[in-house]
Design a protein around this ligand. Structure first.
Ligand code: ACO
Length: 329
């Protein structure tokens, strides 16, 4: 496409709930063990919201942190995109509620739903508004609070997820300085029932009946196979599209679904340990928040050194997946 402008990543922010739930805490809820969870997933602990926290409070905290690293005022934000599949309310959108809390009075706001690929889809969507010249400053937030949609008596899914939010501020710059070197986003519907969260099933005829809550349901093996198929594919596709060589990519930041998936992909693509950014041990799978949370912890722990080229890769329910090659400096 003809680009009138480029994207500059100004800053990242992140937020986690205060409450830490360790694997040993889950041993008290159902028949599991720290050893089983850690060897199958790489997770040791996750953060779970308390009654005074929500997706909105986490989004606000992450956004304020990102803003505090820039000279921007909330009034300078032209667009807010919130990627989430666990919004606090069906409406108003998380984006509009966040706009109100931030005082981003000049922004337009909306949500997108692409599950664990949401942050990638959000950045790609925001980039189009910048490339066209429509907007200058855009806030993209990835937030998920899966703890509200988990059956806490069923061990297979309950051990995987944590709550969290991550934010990035993107601004327009000269087209030749574009920090997005390329992107590739995808979806396929034929396997979408392998990972599903139903909505409330109220209908005309049954509305007075007790409505059972809906929980995340997953075919773990199918999702594993999906991930290890599409992630190497999309990385290869993006390298081809951008003309980048794999040796030019400094860091691989994958959606933090499962350390086994991360390890498989790293091995298959021959990335070494220091190039793989992983924080799943401490935060679990935070869905749309997982990539920005991994970037923020990678930067603060100096595992990501700038300037660098990063390959960000998301995958999740839909099924959806996508990658962005970023020149970060
Ligand atoms: N603790 C102890 N035992 C458990 C637990 C648990 N938390 N959960 C399941 N088990 C038992 C099962 O009941 C089963 O017992 P059985 O052999 O007596 O029947 C046994 O462990 C093996 O169960 P599987 O479901 O076959 O376990 P598997 O080895 O496939 O591991 C896992 C499950 C970790 C989810 C795996 O399928 C996986 O890595 N899937 C990838 C999907 C994923 O990571 N999803 C994350 C969310 S989706 C996303 O972000 C895109």
């Amino acid at each position: 496409m003809q680009k009138n402008y480029g994207v500059k990543f100004l800053s990242f922010g992140s937020a986690l709930p205060e409450q830490v739930v360790k694997n040993t805490d889950l041993e008290k809820l159902f028949d599991t063990s720290d050893e089983w969870i850690y060897t199958r997933t790489g997770i040791k602990q996750r953060n779970i919201i308390s009654s005074d926290e929500s997706g909105l409070t986490l989004s606000l905290k992450a956004s304020k942190e990102a803003l505090s690293k820039t000279k921007l005022d909330p009034k300078d934000i032209d667009l807010i995109i919130v990627a989430t599949s666990t919004p606090d309310k069906l409406y108003p959108s998380m984006g509009c509620m966040l706009q109100g809390k931030l005082g981003a009075v000049n922004a337009c706001a909306f949500d997108i739903s692409a599950a664990c690929s949401g942050f990638i889809f959000g950045i790609v969507s925001a980039a189009q508004f910048i490339y066209s010249g429509e907007y200058k400053n855009i806030l993209v937030v990835g937030v998920d609070v899966h703890s509200r949609f988990i059956d806490w008596s069923e061990r297979s899914v309950a051990v995987l997820f944590g709550d969290g939010a991550g934010a990035v501020l993107m601004s327009s710059c000269l087209a030749r300085d574009d920090q997005i070197l390329g992107y590739s986003i995808h979806s396929e519907a034929d396997k979408n029932l392998d990972l599903i969260l139903e909505n409330s099933n109220i209908s005309y005829s049954n509305f007075k009946k007790q409505i059972e809550p809906d929980f995340v349901r997953m075919n773990g093996k199918a999702i594993y196979q999906f991930a290890v198929r599409v992630v190497p594919e999309v990385v290869a596709k993006l390298l081809d599209k951008t003309g980048l060589k794999q040796s030019q990519i400094d860091y691989l930041v994958l959606h933090q679904a499962n350390q086994r998936i991360i390890d498989y992909v790293a091995n298959k693509l021959s990335f070494n340990n220091s190039q793989i950014i992983s924080n799943i041990e401490k935060v679990g799978n935070t869905s749309a928040a997982s990539i920005p949370l991994a970037i923020v912890s990678g930067l603060s722990e100096k595992k990501i050194k700038t300037p660098c080229k990063m390959m960000l890769v998301g995958f999740g329910a839909g099924l959806t997946w996508g990658a962005i090659a970023v020149d970060y400096y």
